[in-house]
Design a binder for this molecule. Structure first.
Ligand code: NI
Length: 169
């Protein structure tokens, strides 16, 4: 089942998500549906709040389905180490059509649990490091626009208000 992606300004996106506690069949189903929804939306990462489920769960595939081994499930992820810097343009499925330059670490190591509850650590570089930060931000109720300068952020917010008024958001 492909879930519709929740867009900014839905309050679920501003709410810190609750930990995943049950690694049962229902969770496996949710993970499969999150990958399906992410690929359908042509994203490289999706956090559960983006389909309206306030849980600390995210899926990532920086190859967007080209390499089945690139699928990453992160339940209850935490950043345990960062190194270096990168400043690249970033977007978000919950803010379609908007992008902005965000400063992120070049290397990010996370500790998380997989879909079966097994703990793992993983080090990402470049786009993967960025995806780790972006998705963990979602689980903490933050969107990438919170990292932009005030002017750029207000401009995006104003444009979205206009789109909403016109019924296009
Ligand atoms: Ni996002």
């Amino acid at each position: 089942m492909i879930h519709p992606i929740v867009k900014y300004t839905d309050p679920v996106l501003d709410t810190p998500a609750k930990p995943v506690e049950q690694f049962d069949e229902e969770l496996q189903k949710l993970v499969a549906e999150m990958f399906e929804s992410m690929y359908a939306a042509q994203g490289v990462g999706l956090a559960a709040p983006q389909i309206g489920i306030s849980r600390r769960l995210a899926v990532i595939d920086v190859t967007n389905g080209k390499n089945p081994e690139a699928k990453i499930v992160c339940a209850n992820p935490e950043i345990i180490h960062i190194e270096g810097e990168q400043r690249e343009e970033e977007g978000c499925l919950s803010l379609p059509g908007f992008r902005g330059h965000v400063l992120r670490p070049q290397y990010v190591t996370i500790r998380a649990q997989d879909a079966s509850g097994k703990e793992f650590e993983m080090r990402g570089e470049g786009l993967l490091a960025r995806a780790f930060c972006h998705e963990i931000d979602h689980l903490n109720g933050l969107l990438f626009i919170s990292h932009l300068g005030l002017l750029k952020r207000d401009l995006i917010k104003r444009k979205i208000r206009k789109l909403k008024k016109a019924g296009d958001w």
